[in-house]
Design a protein around this ligand. Structure first.
Ligand SMILES: [Cu+2]
Length: 136
């Protein structure tokens, strides 16, 4: 658990450095690039894409809300919670004046990490779920 604690502190520091993890994409007209060495998961109504993403240990995964609704990425086990990610302004897809909210999480442990949107839970949206598979 010590390693996990260190990860959370690292993420918090990263969020501060970027001026906030869920509203750091102002003035963008396209989807933000994935973090260095990282990958993007796009959220739409009501789907994570790709739904299953296999990454190496240490990879930073960035979720991007491409709306049109507010969404979130929440680990089934409670490992992470993006809180609400705003939809892009000016329409339901990129091309508006403000990109959708983003959230990043670094996976430092191998395993399978299922997640969902807490605003649109699997009980009502059974296909609106995703899994990050982390391999060594
Ligand atoms: Cu949602």
């Amino acid at each position: 658990m010590r390693a996990l604690h260190t990860v959370r502190i690292g993420i918090a520091a990263l969020a501060v450095a970027c001026g906030g993890s869920s509203s750091s994409s102002n003035n963008m007209t396209g989807p933000p690039p994935p973090p260095m060495g990282g990958v993007n998961v796009t959220i739409s109504d009501f789907k994570f894409s790709p739904a299953v993403d296999t990454v190496k240990v240490g990879t930073i995964v960035q979720w991007v809300n491409n709306g049109p609704s507010e969404h979130s990425s929440v680990s089934d086990s409670g490992l992470w919670d993006s809180q609400g990610m705003s939809p892009p302004s000016g329409g339901g897809s990129y091309g508006g004046t403000t990109g959708g909210g983003t959230f990043q999480f670094q996976f430092n442990t191998a395993g399978s990490f299922p997640y969902h949107c807490k605003f649109h839970p699997p009980a009502q949206y059974p296909s609106f779920v995703g899994t990050i598979v982390v391999v060594n």
